[in-house]
Design a protein around this ligand. Structure first.
Ligand code: ADP
Length: 535
């Protein structure tokens, strides 16, 4: 057999050559207007950018950062940087300032490509940045902002005179292609360095029918930001499949997302539950359907049962629940019903639908106890979730030691069960698990049930100190703005749906539950808020 190395550039080359007229549609960050072009044009401009980057001194192995929303220019940057053998470092602009400074300095990025809107943010950070030498603002000359930053280029001007001929170097498939830092809820952010091999194997796997099942008939709205967890692999898997791509720019509110779904006839999308909540809030208020949408992938945090039901019963959209982490490129599991479980009762099937699912072939999972012994797949026993596989990280960027154990298993930091059918369910993050009277209570499950109450927008459960039980769950609720729902009414709604001793003793209401940069509930901030309240 031929032994051609796996290479990211080949994904875009393939799309341009065999799906050349398929569109990439962007809502532009400058003014919200729509930009359209094709995979063939995207490849041409990507090659111009590859030449431009070399003309300003970028070399193989250099880290080139991006700080940008999902746009056609950001996509070009991903391919131009990795394709030429440099490393595309996606920086999350919503992180705290000190985290952004840490990440840019730690990665020793030499060039940064950023959206015009982030220029003031960068100006503020500039005195603390130690490695950046050149800045490329991803816009045209008309929208190029005035700035005090040194060595600034305008993207469109920089690529305009460049040749659209560029020969991708033959890279070893284990060459690093991209770098993504986890948001680091504990300690400093940690970098995960992906390779051409890990990215392409991951993309093949997530395009399969057992996973996303994306094909050339799909129109994919890529809502997961390209600066978060490798945009769940879609920036590679969609060109590989020849799917039309829709890039929403910075506008991720319910109205903007819905209008793109309608006008572009989107068939597939992927996002965290909070984004879908915003879409539902918009649809509940304004009305509207999701006629073109056939499937959504939901992950990043647990999907409430009520969300699956609403998508499927009200809008006829199939939901696939998925679990992953930055350290795993990021996909670990996807939840689809197999023939074996299809004959179960509707209630049993619904219990499986909210699980995180089975591992996609290429990764392996096990659960272990504190002594490292493997635990049974009985759907009840909770243990630390361990992962290994073709696209699972070995060592954090620049770390001295490997992150996995001697047998190659990486501790995910999650607590999970695996049932006899092979479905994994996350019961908590190890650090969020509530230990009450020596027994574990799953905060995720309580949140899931509370969110099913029609007047609850978001629910979070944290463990609080208790003299008798060591810890007890506290439910914190953000209710609908016009709601008068009481804590007791929510607890009544939850009664009977979990063991009695799991029920929270108190419910607190907040006007807004804080979210992390990735749109997940920020439990660290909630714990601080609660302890300040007690003080
Ligand atoms: P971070 O949130 O730490 O920046 P990631 O985005 O990589 O980094 O998050 C990975 C973590 O998110 C997982 O370890 C798990 O705790 C949580 N997670 C991801 N998907 C799900 C899901 N479907 N259900 C519950 N938790 C999830």
């Amino acid at each position: 057999m031929q032994n051609e190395p796996l290479s990211i550039a080949h994904a875009l080359e393939h799309a341009a050559r065999f799906h050349g007229r398929v569109e990439i549609v962007t809502r532009q960050t400058e003014n919200g207007s729509i930009h359209r072009y094709t995979y063939a044009e995207a490849l041409r401009r990507t090659k111009q950018l590859a030449n431009a980057l070399q003309s300003i001194g970028v070399k193989s192995g250099d880290r080139v950062a991006t700080m940008a929303w999902n746009t056609h220019r950001h996509l070009e940057a991903w391919y131009a940087i990795a394709g030429q053998g440099a490393i595309c470092h996606t920086v999350n602009p919503r992180l705290f300032k000190q985290q952004i400074v840490y990440i840019l300095n730690h990665a020793e990025d030499s060039v940064l490509l950023l959206d015009a809107a982030f220029v003031p943010q960068l100006e503020e950070l500039w005195p603390q940045l130690t490695s950046l030498q050149q800045i490329i603002v991803m816009t045209d000359e008309e929208h190029q902002p005035q700035t005090t930053l040194p060595n600034v280029h305008c993207y469109e001007k920089l690529i305009a005179d460049q040749s659209d001929e560029f020969t991708w170097p033959e890279l070893d498939e284990n060459t690093p292609s991209s770098l993504c830092y986890t948001s680091g809820t504990t300690g400093d952010p940690k970098g995960v360095l992906y390779t051409h091999r890990s990215n392409l194997l991951h993309s093949y796997a997530i395009n399969s029918g057992e996973a996303n099942g994306i094909s050339g008939r799909d129109v994919v709205l890529m809502t997961v930001p390209m600066f978060h967890a490798n945009s769940w692999g879609l920036a590679y898997s969609c060109p590989m499949a020849g799917a039309k791509l829709v890039l929403p720019g910075s506008q991720l509110d319910g109205n903007s997302v819905h209008s793109l779904i309608e006008t572009e006839q989107v068939t597939f999308s992927a996002a965290v539950p909070t984004l879908w909540k915003m879409l539902f809030a918009h649809l509940d208020k304004q009305g509207g359907q999701l006629d073109s949408l056939r499937q959504v992938l939901i992950g990043g945090s647990a999907v409430p049962c009520s969300m699956i039901e609403k998508f499927e019963q009200r809008y006829n959209v199939h939901v696939v629940h998925a679990w992953g982490m930055t350290e795993a490129n990021p996909t670990g599991t996807m939840c689809r019903l197999t023939n074996e479980v299809d004959s179960l009762s509707p209630a049993e099937k619904q219990k499986i639908r909210v699980k995180q699912g089975k591992p996609v072939f290429g990764v392996n999972l096990k659960i272990i106890n504190d002594e490292g012994a493997e635990l049974p797949h009985d759907g009840v026993t909770m243990g630390r979730l361990m992962i290994k596989g073709l696209w699972v990280m070995q060592r954090y960027y620049k770390a001295e030691f490997d992150a996995f154990d001697q047998d190659g298993w990486l501790d995910t930091g999650d607590i999970a069960t695996i049932d006899p059918y092979g479905y994994m369910q996350i019961t908590d993050r190890a650090k969020d698990l509530i230990k009450s009277g020596g027994e574990w209570i799953s905060s995720v499950e309580l949140e899931n049930i509370a969110t099913g109450h029609p007047e609850v927008i978001l629910a979070a459960v944290i463990g609080i100190h208790d003299e008798t039980w060591q810890e007890r769950p506290l439910l914190i609720v953000q209710s609908a703005t016009d709601s008068n729902v009481t804590g007791q009414q929510i607890l009544d709604f939850m009664t009977g749906k979990v063991a009695k001793w799991w029920l929270p003793d108190h419910v607190e209401f907040v006007s807004e539950i804080p979210l992390t940069a990735a749109g997940k509930i920020n439990k660290k901030a909630l714990r601080e808020w609660y302890s300040n309240r007690l003080a």
